[in-house]
Design a binder for this molecule. Structure first.
Ligand SMILES: C[S@@+](CC[C@H](N)C(=O)[O-])C[C@H]1O[C@@H](n2cnc3c(N)ncnc32)[C@H](O)[C@@H]1O
Length: 284
């Protein structure tokens, strides 16, 4: 595991290993402390002032902090295994020949692009993301937030360098809804946890992906699916949000993922649901 923090002292190899983000340690521990301390203070004040409202608000705050941190701890240490391990298994399952032209859409810090590049000999990976979201129109607000958390092109390139595959990957700032590649350029397009985020432009993005894929080439969709693991991992505010926007919950069902892929005119070759993640391989 590359980013499991076991000891406080980081070894040199840890400092040089790639960092793919998500499930950060410090923010969640701080969040737990803030919610539990605030909650406990409100409960104490409620007891002192004989105010049930204060008391129960405090209790709710503390429980929220504990549930959120528990979801994070499950996600990081227990349920899906390491994100890198999962990505490696998915890439291994693609049985690459080594000569493929691959596009990684919504590359983030380059996890899927890098793992795919490791399997290539003469092939090449193009990795795109809206890293510089200011230069792209109509970017949803929550995507603008991903840059401050370290989802930058520099970090993606640094990871590629650390993994020794930088020459095999071209990173470009680009909107998935307007791919600047010619028709039929790629053998495989990987979409790792991006399509589920794109409520409005999902069909448009899939149409673009289809356009840049060669005849008979493959789309590999990796995304969240609403199963028991997803339920356990979801923090309370995510649940509230999904519940308020019931459509999201529907979108993340297994059946809906199939519909989305078929609607985009891909033939489903194989699929797998694994601990909160769906992997669908479709053919143009
Ligand atoms: C949840 S992250 C997944 C990152 C990476 N694939 C991984 O699994 O580690 C989703 C990524 O999609 C990117 N993204 C969102 N909308 C996009 C768009 N319209 N075009 C390109 N990338 C987009 C975000 O900036 C973010 O880096």
């Amino acid at each position: 595991m590359t980013h499991l923090i076991i000891s406080r002292q980081k070894s040199k190899s840890d400092a040089q290993s790639p960092k793919y983000g998500y499930y950060y340690f410090t923010p969640y521990v701080c969040m737990l402390a803030v919610f539990v301390l605030t909650g406990a203070a409100a409960m104490a004040a409620g007891a002192q002032l004989n105010s049930r409202v204060f008391y129960y608000l405090g209790l709710a705050t503390a429980v929220y902090g504990i549930l959120t941190t528990a979801g994070w701890a499950l996600a990081r240490y227990v349920i899906p295994g390491n994100r890198v391990t999962v990505a490696r298994q998915i890439i291994r399952g693609l049985k690459l020949k080594g000569s493929e032209q691959i596009l990684d859409v919504g590359s983030g810090r380059g996890l899927y692009a890098i793992e795919a590049a490791k399997k290539l000999t003469t092939g090449q990976v193009k990795a795109i993301d809206i890293w510089d979201s200011k230069s792209i129109k109509n970017v949803a607000f929550h995507h603008k937030l991903s840059q401050p958390t370290g989802n930058t092109i520099d970090n993606a390139m640094q990871n590629a360098t650390r993994e020794g595959v930088a020459p095999k990957i071209e990173f470009r700032n680009m909107d998935a809804a307007h791919l600047e590649y010619a028709d039929e350029s790629f053998d495989i397009v990987i979409c790792g946890f991006i399509i589920g985020h794109l409520w409005q432009s999902q069909d448009k993005v899939l149409k673009e992906i289809k356009r840049v894929l060669k005849y008979n080439a493959r789309i590999v969709l990796i995304d969240n699916v609403r199963d028991i693991t997803y339920f356990l991992l979801s923090t309370p505010h995510m649940f509230l949000w999904s519940w308020l926007r019931g459509r999201k919950a529907k979108r993340l069902s297994e059946q809906n993922w199939f519909k989305t892929i078929v609607r985009a005119n891909f033939a489903i070759r194989r699929w797998k649901v694994r601990k909160g993640i769906i992997i669908i391989e479709g053919k143009k």
